[in-house]
Design a protein around this ligand. Structure first.
Ligand code: AMP
Ligand code: TRP
Length: 341
């Protein structure tokens, strides 16, 4: 098993293709995070050089209590280890341990036209949700681009809600490369087969900020409660009414927790089964699916040192890569002392 990243090779081509993804410590990991992104974080460790970041600078746009942000960051490390990230194979980092990310974002800020970030769909969505319209919120995707390209990562496992951000990352790379020379590769998103997972309201994307999530490590009774309260097909009022599984969020989620979802959908369509049956079954399957990961999480959480040790190891692995890119960029744009030729 590989113990280190292929860092010695930076800043030229890494030995294996490099992967980066980030997740905000703004709440507990939920089904959308898991099905949309974390499944691929785990799978890609096998084949690629993988770096995963807990992006706490990003979370500052919505989490405004310092103690709470620190707690959420700690919990997110445990979540990621429990779903299967292996610190022997990947580097798990805390973004704020590596302020070079923010420096590169600033440099990108001088390249990116304001109109590009103003038209970002997630910016508009968050404004609609009432998130404070800070410079940080507007600049969010520029920092995201910096997170990825500071490692010259070429593949980015994310949920489909991030497609526009990745498109913008590529535009930013092209704009920078045009101005200063072609040093950054254009990153590609890597999606799972799931569409954007809807929240328990059945209407909007499952997201920590919308308060409509099913946290994967919630207590079993909490998962039961949340699933039982999910909004399904509003037109199915009586038990005998036929359902419409294509618009029922509960039926859609069954796809990912069992191979018999076609029968389940058929049961709904013909009113052989009712929403309550389908929900109960889904809740039990979700609980069963995450049971071993929940046990692993409890085991890890009992060791008070595990989180900081994991982050220190991640930081040490990525430092050489990030220092090489930072030196290269500073030289190219003309900031800092001149490097010896
Ligand atoms: P976030 O919680 O916004 O930091 O998202 C972390 C990862 O989970 C990103 O790759 C997102 O694209 C993915 N993700 C978040 N919510 C969903 C969702 N409802 N459906 C699919 N993927 C999601
Ligand atoms: N914007 C991403 C999200 O909300 C989180 C993120 C920050 C990210 N930096 C990243 C994702 C870099 C991929 C790569 O989900």
């Amino acid at each position: 098993m590989r113990q280190t990243l292929d860092a010695h090779d930076a800043p030229s081509r890494p030995l294996r293709e490099r992967v980066f993804s980030g997740i905000q410590p703004s709440g507990a990991s939920h089904l959308g995070n898991y099905l949309g992104a974390q499944v691929n974080y785990v799978a890609m460790q096998e084949e690629f050089e993988t770096i995963y970041g807990i992006v706490d600078y990003h979370a500052l746009t919505t989490v405004h209590d310092g103690a709470e942000l620190r707690r959420l960051t700690h919990e997110m490390v445990l979540d990621l280890l429990a779903v299967g990230l292996d610190p022997q194979r990947c580097a798990l980092i805390r973004q704020s341990d590596l302020p070079e990310h923010a420096e590169l974002a600033w440099i990108f800020n001088t390249v990116v036209p304001v109109s590009w970030v103003e038209r970002t769909p997630t910016y508009k969505e968050k404004r609609q949700q009432g998130v404070e319209n800070s410079m940080g919120l507007l600049d969010y995707p520029v920092l995201q681009a910096a997170d990825i390209v500071i490692y010259k990562a070429t593949r980015v496992p994310v949920g489909k809600d991030q497609a526009a951000h990745l498109e913008l990352s590529r535009e930013i790379v092209r704009a920078f490369n045009r101005r200063y020379g072609p040093i950054f590769p254009e990153p590609e998103p890597v999606f799972t087969e799931v569409p954007v997972v809807l929240g328990t309201d059945g209407a909007t994307k499952m997201s920590k900020s919308a308060g409509n999530t099913i946290p994967i490590f919630a207590e079993p009774d909490e998962i039961r409660r949340l699933v039982m309260n999910m909004v399904t097909d509003r037109q199915r009022i009586r038990r005998s009414d036929p359902g419409r599984p294509e618009i029922c969020n509960v039926c859609q989620l069954h796809r990912f927790f069992g191979s018999d979802y076609l029968q389940i959908q058929d049961g709904e369509r013909t009113a052989r089964t009712g929403c309550v049956d389908t929900k109960q079954l889904l809740a039990e399957r979700i609980i069963e699916f995450f049971r071993p990961m929940r046990a692993e999480r409890a085991r890890l959480a009992a060791d008070p040192a595990v989180v900081e040790e994991t982050l220190a190891a991640g930081r040490a692995k990525v430092r050489p890569i990030l220092e090489a890119t930072t030196a290269e960029v500073r030289q190219l744009v003309g900031i800092g002392p001149r490097r010896a030729p």
